[in-house]
Structures are given as structure tokens and as C-alpha cells.
Design a protein around this ligand. Structure first.
Ligand SMILES: [Mn+2]
Length: 345
């Protein structure tokens, strides 16, 4: 009698040079792109098309939520944000807030999703990095739709790599610092991206500025690590006491204390869950949508924006598409602010 077979738990992720094109569009999961572009904008799915169209801004989807620690669903974020019922898809769109017609000033395209497939965590982060790097290298400012916050590590690193040797400051809106050492042993889950960006040297700690922190995570030890890195943060309590506009002005100055350019990362959970319920790790007591939109306008007009992401929209937990609409509007305010800056309105 021979014994039972060995339990061969082999690593299932393939390794190869062609990971990016490993799957055809038809192979990608149903929630990946191809349903409709952001704002019905033209697609620019490959580098050749991007270079031919020479856009100012390109939307990129990162449908990935395997970094979540609590409620999943952010893989459906790009699709929901693209399809938010506030989309006009109208070249005449005029911003009442900024007195500008964004699409008559800027060329904006949708570069589609990074070719992510579920169950392959590391590959997902690699193809996000590659996609964002390819888009940025072709010219436009990438605006990435998450996905959970783990996508900011490959995305911000891609933008920092593109602008190198210029230094990037980060303005990061979030209820949580996302600077944890690991999450059940995983270094790249959605509670770790900011720590990896600093540890690996993509962004200097002192130019990593966080806004909206509150609640009960991370712990004291993690905040001590953040202090050692020279990180600066503005809690929700500070916003309550000083008002958002003054706090944002400080954050801009701190991010640009050295660097010339800024990457903006918006975790939708910085907004109060009463106004943005569709997210994985809600934290009561957040900012209002109008403060968020105003902050985006304030920042984008003041800095040279080189990249941006809007993350943690989880449509299965959303109500009446409220959260997807807000995320859509955050992107719209950034595009309109870029346009307003261009024409000086
Ligand atoms: Mn986050």
C-alpha cells in the first residue's frame, strides 16, 4: 500500500514577460471595461492610439479589490463610476463652479482598464503599474478609478517613475492612514500602500500629506512610524476646528515643500458614510461632499497635478448610486480645474 499523494500547494501565478497581454479583452472579467467609457469619451486603449490622440487627461480603470480587509466590491468601482447617472458625455459641458467648458479646453480620453484578472494579486499590482506608466509616458495625466486603495502603490509609483528625477508630493484624502506594516502578513493590501511608497523611496515621508484621518485605525505605533518618516497629517478634528479650506492650503504647501508636482489620492471613505455609503471600511464623522469637491478644485488649481486616483467605491454597498456619483464628480472637478487653470478662468 502506498500512501496518499502529496498535497502540492503550488503557486498558481504565472511569471513571464508578456503578463500585460496575457489575456485578450474577451478573457477579462465581465466587470472590466468595454461597457462604456467615462463620460462617453473616446477610448484610447493602447499606446499607439494615446500617442495619436495626444490627450491632456486619460481615465484608467483598476478593477481590483483583493486588498480589502473588510467589505469587498471595489472591483466594480470603475464600471460604476464610468456609468454614474451624473455623466453628461457632452462636449458642451460647462462648469458652473469654475466657469469653464472642460472638453473644449482639454482633450480627455478613457484609456480603459489595466488588464486585471481576479485571484492573481501580485500580477494585478504589476499590470496596474505598467498600465499607469504606459499612459503617463504617452503624455496625459492619468486619473485612475479604483479599485481598493492597494492600487495607489503601483499607480503613484508609476507616476513618480515617469516624472523622475522630479520629486512628487502626495495629497491623500482618507479616513485611514493606510500606513500599516502588513495586513495578516500581506505587505500590499489596502492598509499598506502609503508605507510602501515611502519605504521604497517613491515619495519622501515629509511630502506625504494626509487629510481627514479619524476613528480607531491605525494604532499608536504606526503613527509613531509615520512621525519618524516626517509625514504630516490633518485629522478630521482639525478640519472641524479650522475649516477645510485653511487645512487644504497647508496641505498643498507641505506637499510642495521640496517637490514641484503632486499626485492626488482620494479614498472615498474620507467623506462621511452618510453621504458615501458604498465603501468597504466606512468611518463615521467624515467631510461633506461639497467640502470634498471644493478641496479638489482648490488643490488642482494650485499645483501641477501629475496623477490622481479615486478609490474604494464599492457599488454592492452603495445606495442609489450616491457614492459612484460623488466619485464621478470628484474626477469631473479635477478635469474642470485643470481646464480652468489652462484658460485662466
Ligand atoms: Mn484608504
Amino acid at each position: 500500500m502506498t500512501g496518499p499523494p502529496d498535497f502540492r500547494l503550488e503557486h498558481s501565478e504565472l511569471r513571464g514577460d508578456d503578463e500585460f497581454t496575457e489575456f485578450s479583452n474577451a478573457d477579462l472579467p465581465y466587470y472590466s471595461d468595454w461597457h462604456g467609457s467615462f463620460e462617453k469619451l473616446a477610448w484610447a486603449l493602447d499606446e499607439e492610439t494615446l500617442r495619436a490622440l495626444a490627450p491632456d487627461v486619460a481615465i484608467v480603470g483598476a478593477p481590483f479589490d483583493e486588498g480589502t480587509s473588510s467589505r469587498p466590491g471595489a472591483r466594480f468601482g470603475p464600471r460604476a463610476i464610468r456609468m454614474a447617472p451624473t455623466a453628461w458625455g457632452n462636449v458642451d459641458a460647462w462648469s458652473i463652479q469654475l466657469d469653464v467648458e472642460p472638453y473644449s479646453v482639454l482633450k480627455v480620453v478613457d484609456a480603459g482598464d489595466a488588464p486585471i484578472v481576479p485571484t492573481r494579486f501580485e500580477r494585478a499590482l504589476r499590470v496596474i503599474h505598467e498600465k499607469v506608466f504606459r499612459v503617463a509616458s504617452a503624455g496625459p495625466i492619468p486619473i485612475v478609478l479604483g479599485g481598493d486603495h492597494s492600487i495607489t502603490y503601483p499607480s503613484a509609483a508609476a507616476v513618480a517613475r515617469h516624472v523622475w528625477p522630479r520629486k512628487v508630493g502626495v495629497v491623500h484624502f482618507d479616513a485611514h492612514a493606510d500606513t500599516g506594516a502588513d495586513q495578516w502578513g500581506n505587505l500590499h493590501a489596502h492598509g499598506q500602500p502609503m508605507r510602501r511608497l515611502i519605504e521604497e523611496g517613491w515619495v519622501a515621508g515629509r511630502n506625504f500629506i494626509q487629510i481627514g484621518l479619524r476613528g480607531y485605525w491605525p494604532d499608536r505605533e504606526t503613527f509613531a512610524w509615520m512621525r519618524e518618516q516626517g509625514m504630516r497629517w490633518h485629522t478630521m478634528v482639525e478640519i472641524e476646528e479650522r475649516g477645510a479650506e485653511a487645512v487644504i492650503a497647508d496641505a498643498i504647501a507641505e506637499a510642495l515643500d521640496g517637490p514641484e508636482v503632486v499626485y492626488l489620492s482620494v479614498d472615498i471613505d474620507v467623506v462621511d458614510p452618510g453621504c458615501a455609503p458604498g465603501t468597504g471600511t466606512p468611518e463615521p464623522g467624515g467631510i461633506l461632499p461639497r467640502e470634498m469637491l471644493r478641496a479638489v478644485r482648490q488643490i488642482v488649481r494650485a499645483v501641477e497635478l501629475v496623477g490622481m486616483d479615486v478609490v474604494e467605491v464599492s457599488p454592492p454597498y452603495d445606495q442609489s448610486e450616491t457614492t459612484a456619483m460623488l466619485a464621478h464628480r470628484i474626477v469631473m472637478e479635477a478635469i474642470s480645474a485643470l481646464a480652468a487653470k489652462r484658460v485662466g478662468s
